[in-house]
Design a protein around this ligand. Structure first.
Ligand code: NZQ
Ligand code: ZN
Length: 385
């Protein structure tokens, strides 16, 4: 196992009715900007519940943060913060609203052009406004991590940044708030969390059995609960465990002291920026080809994954790896998520466009061994056409 620092300051308040705790979690004298997405927070009543919990605090609302939040919209929130002299931010929504709030928190105090936050992968962030979150969609882990992904529409660029300054101070996780999710978003969340785990787990062994077993347990939990979340949509326990598994998948804990991949995500971001396809769907259509094309360098972990997660112990090395990839693909498809580029009307010409963007964004040496060059990315995409 590699040496590491583990730092995670986010206070989690988990359970039904926990939104009421906002009164204790948000500073009493704060002037709060409540950030939310399209209409779901209003329609479902969550926004009203949040406002009630905030009591007499001075509140300003900022709605309209898109799925895959845009720099263009978020900079409007930065202007409101300055105009209204806001001193605390509260995100109410899924990964997009939370990621957007992280960017706004950093951009409001940033000297210079805030797009540099993304161009520097967060290295230029030296401070950020304090903020908390009320999570309504289990998927990204953004509620307990320091990462954010922002799209700049005019450049068709979707870039990410990380900074210790943008950990949420707290996150309220009330599983009952996820009952209103459409099936498509439930499925997206399950598959996104699954691939967050594989990005950290499916690399090469470094003698880190705690991280391995933790990751395998989370994967098995998703395999068990994902279909139940679709077939038993009113089951609170299923929703509660799904919420916690998605948070744990990307809160940092399973990824300490081990190599990481993230090539699937980096390529996926280009597909969302170009074609506006849901994040989880882009990565579901890349991962199977990714594992197939990189089966040699990932061999040991792929065999371990096949055996411990899917119970595959018979056959030659290639047969077992094939079976593990097939099981993964079948799981995504069972969640209602298609796994081939052609399922989303993408063609060989689309692959050329994706390659141009990958090159432009410097995504030319991806993966745990930085060996996913442009030629390999093309092969991966072609394999999954
Ligand atoms: O916009 P509204 O009307 O609120 O509707 C949202 C949105 O359309 C809706 N929704 C959310 N909660 C709901 C609900 N509808 C009904 N009931 C509820 N309780 O769901 C739609 C999708 O929401 P979004 O926040 O976009 O989804 P998700 O949580 O999957 O976030 C995706 C974003 O997170 C980024 C992705 O790239 C993408 O931009 N990621 C962030 C990561 C991180 N910070 O660590 C890691 C991930 O890999 C990912 O890249
Ligand atoms: Zn993701």
């Amino acid at each position: 196992m590699y040496s590491f620092d583990y730092y995670n300051p986010t206070h989690i308040s988990f359970g039904e009715g926990k939104i009421a705790e906002l009164d204790k979690l948000v500073p009493s004298k704060a002037k709060v900007l409540v950030l939310f997405g399209g209409n779901s927070a209003k329609r479902t009543g969550t926004l009203d519940e949040v406002k009630t919990a905030l009591g007499q605090r001075d509140i300003v609302e900022f709605g309209g943060i898109e799925a895959n939040p845009t720099y263009e919209t978020l900079m409007q929130a930065v202007a409101v913060i300055k105009e209204e002299k806001i001193d605390f931010l509260l995100a109410v929504g899924g990964g997009s609203v939370i990621d957007g709030t992280k960017f706004v928190a950093a951009a409001a105090l940033f000297e210079g052009e805030p797009w540099d936050i993304l161009l520097s992968w967060g290295a230029k962030v030296t401070e950020a406004m304090p903020f908390g979150t009320v999570l309504t969609l289990p998927a990204t882990g953004s509620e307990m991590n320091s990462a954010s992904v922002v799209t700049r529409k005019e450049f068709q660029a979707k870039l990410s940044f990380m900074s210790d300054h943008v950990f949420p101070q707290f996150s309220v996780l009330d599983p009952s708030k996820t009952f209103t999710l459409p099936e498509r978003q439930v499925a997206n969340g399950v598959v996104d969390a699954f691939i967050h785990i594989t990005e950290q787990y499916l690399t090469y062994p470094v003698n880190a059995p705690v991280q391995d077993r933790f990751a395998e347990g989370l994967l098995q939990t998703l395999i068990e609960l994902g279909p139940k979340a679709l077939s038993q949509p009113d089951d609170f326990d299923v929703r509660a465990n799904l919420m916690w598994v998605a948070t744990m998948a990307l809160s940092g804990v399973i990824g300490k002291g081990i190599p990481h991949d993230w090539a699937t995500h980096m390529i996926g971001h280009e597909l969302t920026a170009l074609y506006d396809i849901d994040h989880a769907r882009t990565i579901a259509m890349i991962l199977p080809g990714m594992l197939d094309c990189r089966r040699d360098s990932k061999q040991e972990k792929l065999l371990q994954y096949g055996e411990r997660v899917w119970g595959i112990s018979q056959g030659t090395i290639d047969e077992r790896i094939d079976a593990a990839i097939t099981k993964t693909r079948e799981f995504f498809e069972a969640m209602g998520i298609k796994t081939r580029l052609s399922d989303y009307d993408l063609t060989a010409a689309s692959i050329d466009e994706i390659m141009t963007k990958l090159e432009k964004h410097g995504m030319t040496a991806l993966g745990e061994k930085q060996d996913v060059d442009l030629a390999m990315s093309r092969k991966i995409l072609e394999r999954n056409l």
